[in-house]
Design a protein around this ligand. Structure first.
Ligand code: ADP
Ligand code: MG
Length: 679
């Protein structure tokens, strides 16, 4: 094969014949049967044979060549916008022609636009396909005809007995009632006539089922291997002494919930081992993840190690810093702070205190993990609001802070609960703890969906709430593409509100403001010196002001459910009955309305995450759409959820009883993907 073709195939990840066999069709066409012209339906791709009647050029808004066709059952027009003289002349009246294309309703009856066609001799039998025609995912410069020839050639090779090895052990395959690999591949590449064209959407079509299972299994195994690689490596055993955790708990203004206690114990046990912990702590908004992280951090510091806490935004990192300072400084723990924006001198000092081991806790954004940051004795890494980081960064992080062969322990906390579906496919390299209980005394938040035509009423409501001593947020989400414009929108809103609400003290906060200014506003809001905080979605995660009881989200229809749930979680943290108003721009589509209604109907983050996943798809929810980590060839996380528990069981069995099959299976399906590269 020529180098141009090879290069194009490589773009699709196809290098070997095996790759070609596992490059599966996206859908099928049926070119196995002729349709009578009289039976054609608009919207359906069909093969017809007919006799050419009149062929002529029509000069309308767009010049086109029309060719009238009949077969005794009806008439069909072929329409070409691009055509040559020779082509026009070849459409001789009385000549038989075979066409394939999608039928549509034209101005004068049914037509096909630019069909694929072939002129037939008088007595020539129409050449029909023996199987359904596969349509493959492809890339520029590589046509379906070419791909079909290649896949056919590959199938012929395996017919000859050179099939790819079946890495699914026979006893497992029998138990699962799957067809042999070669049979499944052949049926997917060249399905028999009569199979429904949407067979690839049928969860139960056995050849599909078999390969979907194999693909999910391979992805799951790749993460399991990754996990094993880390759990096999060494970490400092962080022995709990209680020297710091005990006084901390004594001075804490509340007692831990049952769920918090359970998760703290799980973490404590992991940290005491000499293999690195990799634990995901999930908990709904407001479930109290921060204090759990603090206890893990104290255990590491007690054992004489450093802790790094990383948050996705500067605002959130700042908030952690102030909370941890308030908790830790009374215990004489040295806290340091690092972001991308420090002055050179401050930065140098900070780096020094980290490398010298003086700083015991480091809080920051991802600046915490730049190459110049060298820890003296890093024992634990805490990543907050994991979702924002994406799978790639999580994997990259694993290799940071390794010193003298010891890896730090790692704890990740998610802001948004992860649906089980995704957890199994994307987080199987982590152990999981769930804080499934909210602190006592929380009142459910009332959620209202309100048209922005009633903006005035909403503004009045703010006035009343603030007059009664409560505080409120007004969030302006991204309606413009750029951050600058988004900040502008927030600034404009603040200006308008200042005009109409003279008695209310209004502050503004957005991502483009200088840190001191933002600090100042945030502190004033916390101290109750500002009643209404107008903000961009920078406040989405983590901000914690218990006296705030009213949340207005402008243009709520533009946001994902999980994000709205996060925003709503900023209120309902205090004693007061809280309200969240989702303001939408009318008219609201039925779809958008039902989405917003999910929020009104439930406050369970897991349920909301599940719905978000269904609506937006796993790529969006995980934030890995561009990275390709979660791109499957045939599996569909939503459609194939039903297989997950079986996949997990089989993965266990393979790791235990057929370890030799695991690597090749992973390599086949995950190939150059990230987790594999890391393994
Ligand atoms: P999240 O899980 O959303 O990060 P936080 O850690 O910010 O939640 O906690 C939310 C609020 O609940 C904070 O004000 C925190 O001090 C408070 N809190 C946490 N745990 C408890 C508890 N066991 N009892 C009472 N309040 C708690
Ligand atoms: Mg938090």
């Amino acid at each position: 094969m020529g180098s141009r073709l090879a290069e194009r195939l490589e773009r699709l990840g196809i290098v070997t014949i095996q790759d070609l066999l596992f490059h599966l069709p996206q859908r099928y066409q049926d070119r196995t049967r002729l349709s009578a012209i009289g039976s054609l339906q608009p919207g359906i791709q069909s093969v017809v044979v007919g006799e050419i009647g009149l062929a002529q050029i029509r000069y309308g808004r767009r010049r086109s060549l029309l060719c009238l066709l009949s077969d005794g059952t009806g008439k069909l027009t072929l329409r070409f916008f691009h055509f040559g003289g020779a082509q026009q002349r070849s459409f001789e009246a009385g000549r038989r022609i075979l066409c394939f294309g999608e039928v549509r309703a034209g101005p004068a009856g049914l037509e096909m636009v630019h069909p694929e066609y072939q002129l037939l001799d008088a007595d020539e039998a129409p050449p029909l396909e023996q199987s359904l025609t596969p349509i493959y995912p492809t890339t520029e410069g590589l046509g379906q005809v070419r791909l079909r020839k290649l896949s056919l050639a590959a199938l012929e090779l395996i017919e000859g007995g050179d099939g790819p090895s079946d890495y699914l052990p026979a006893p497992l395959r029998t138990k699962l009632d799957f067809p042999p690999l070669v049979v499944a591949l052949r049926s997917l590449h060249r399905p028999p006539p009569g199979l429904p064209l949407n067979a690839l959407e049928h969860v139960d079509y056995p050849p599909r089922r078999r390969l979907v299972f194999e693909e999910l299994l391979a992805h799951h195994l790749s993460l399991r291997l990754l996990r094993r690689r880390f759990t096999d490596s060494l970490a400092p055993a962080l022995t709990a002494t209680g020297r710091l955790t005990r006084p901390f708990l004594e001075q804490l203004e509340f007692s831990l919930t049952q769920a918090q206690q359970r998760v703290v114990a799980e973490l404590a046990e992991d940290l005491g081992r000499e293999h690195p912990m990799h634990r995901l702590v999930q908990g709904d908004v407001g479930s109290g993840k921060t204090v759990v992280a603090a206890l893990a951090a104290l255990q590491a510091i007690e054992a004489g190690f450093q802790v790094a806490i990383m948050a996705p935004t500067e605002l959130l990192a700042e908030q952690h810093l102030s909370r941890f300072r308030a908790w830790f400084e009374p215990l004489a723990i040295e806290c340091a702070w690092l972001t991308g924006k420090l002055a050179a001198k401050t930065r140098r000092d900070t780096l020094e205190s980290i490398s010298g081991g003086k700083a015991q806790l480091l809080v920051g954004t991802h600046a915490v993990f730049q190459d110049e940051v060298k820890f003296a004795r890093l024992g634990l890494v805490v990543v907050d609001e994991q979702h924002r980081f994406g799978v790639h960064q999580r994997l990259a992080l694993r290799n940071k802070g390794v010193s003298e062969g010891l890896r730090p322990h790692q704890m990740v906390m998610t802001a948004t609960p992860i649906p089980r579906t995704l957890a199994m496919a994307a987080y199987a390299d982590l152990d999981t703890s769930v804080i499934d209980e909210l602190p006592p005394g929380r009142h459910p938040i009332e959620t209202a969906i309100v048209s922005d035509r009633r903006r005035d009423e909403v503004i009045e409501r703010i006035a009343r709430a603030c007059a009664a001593g409560q505080q409120a947020y007004w969030v302006c989400p991204l309606i413009e593409e750029s951050e600058a414009l988004q900040c502008r929108a927030a600034a404009d809103t603040a200006e308008t509100l200042i005009e109409v609400l003279p008695a209310v003290r209004i502050g503004l906060i957005h991502g483009r403001m200088k840190k001191p200014e933002r600090d100042c506003t945030m502190a004033a809001f916390k101290a109750g010196e500002i009643d209404l905080l107008v903000a961009t979605t920078v406040i989405e995660v983590g901000v914690d002001v218990p006296n705030a009881s009213l949340m207005i989200v402008d243009n709520a229809e533009r946001l994902g459910l999980a994000q709205l749930h996060q925003l709503r979680g900023r209120v309902g943290r205090g004693e007061c009955q809280s309200v969240c108003v989702l303001l939408y721009r009318s008219p609201l589509s039925a779809n958008a309305r039902s989405r917003l209604q999910v929020l009104r109907a439930t406050s369970d983050g897991f349920e909301i995450a599940q719905r978000d996943l269904e609506i937006r798809g796993p790529g969006e929810v995980l934030g890995t759409r561009q990275t390709g980590v979660m791109q499957f060839r045939i599996a569909d996380l939503m459609r194939d959820q039903g297989m997950f528990s079986q996949v997990e069981k089989v993965a266990e069995e393979m790791l235990r009883d057929w370890p030799g099959q695991v690597q090749p299976l992973v390599r086949r399906w995950v190939g150059g993907g990230v987790h594999y590269a890391d393994v």
